[in-house]
Every structure is written in structure tokens, then in C-alpha cells.
Design a protein. Structure first.
Length: 125
């Protein structure tokens, strides 16, 4: 696959999976996705995370805890909608039903799917 233009890439990885909702572990998961996003940006692409859109809205809507009705109304649906605006999805990290669903939806929508960051072309070489 020849890619010669910047891609908008959704970074999909675990958020809550394997954390038992421990905020420190969730924070580490978000950091891993954000660090990957920075790498993609430095490669000449436009990375996005569903969390960047969902979390401020969840807070503004008055969510009291992860997994409450407000959280569930916004968190996953906004990431699914974000796929419509992306060229590609990069799946990172360990087990995650949500991240796996992002990949499946991306495949249905004929988005480019990357399972290995090294397969994404560096446009700034």
C-alpha cells in the first residue's frame, strides 16, 4: 500500500480493560495511546483518540463515575462516530473489547487498519 499523504489515524487501545477501573492503570493506558499519537504526529500524520473527545463531554454532562449512564451514553459512541472522520485505525496495547470493535467497524467502513505502528509510513524522513 502506497501512502504519500498525511492520514488521520484513530489510535485504539485499552482504556478500562484489565484495570478493574483503577484510575492509575487507566491513566497509564491513556498515556500509552497519547504517546503513540505523538509518534504518529511526528511522522507527519494527524492522530486522534476517542478519549480526547469523550472525556471532556462526559465530565461536562455530569458523570459521577466510570461506567455510569452518562459515561456509557458518550464514551464508546463518540469513538465509533469518530471512525467516520478518520482514514485509518491503529490498534495498540493488550486485550480490549472496545478497541477490537473499533477495528471491526473500521474494516466494515473500509478504513486502513494498522496492527503494527512500524507499517505506517513516516512522511517526515
Amino acid at each position: 500500500m502506497q501512502i504519500d499523504r498525511p492520514l488521520m489515524i484513530l489510535v485504539a487501545g485499552p482504556y478500562r480493560s484489565g484495570t478493574n477501573d483503577n484510575p492509575h492503570l487507566i491513566e497509564a493506558n491513556v498515556k500509552a495511546m497519547t504517546d503513540t499519537a505523538l509518534e504518529l504526529y511526528r511522522m507527519g500524520h494527524m492522530p486522534v483518540l476517542g478519549e480526547w473527545f469523550a472525556l471532556p463531554l462526559i465530565e461536562a454532562a455530569g458523570s459521577r463515575q466510570i461506567g455510569d449512564d452518562i459515561f456509557n451514553e458518550i464514551f464508546h459512541p463518540i469513538a465509533i462516530n469518530l471512525i467516520n472522520h478518520c482514514d485509518a485505525i491503529l490498534r495498540i496495547g493488550g486485550a480490549s473489547t472496545g478497541a477490537d470493535e473499533m477495528v471491526k467497524i473500521g474494516q466494515v467502513k473500509e478504513k486502513i487498519i494498522f496492527l503494527d505502528k512500524s507499517k505506517i509510513p513516516n512522511l517526515k524522513r
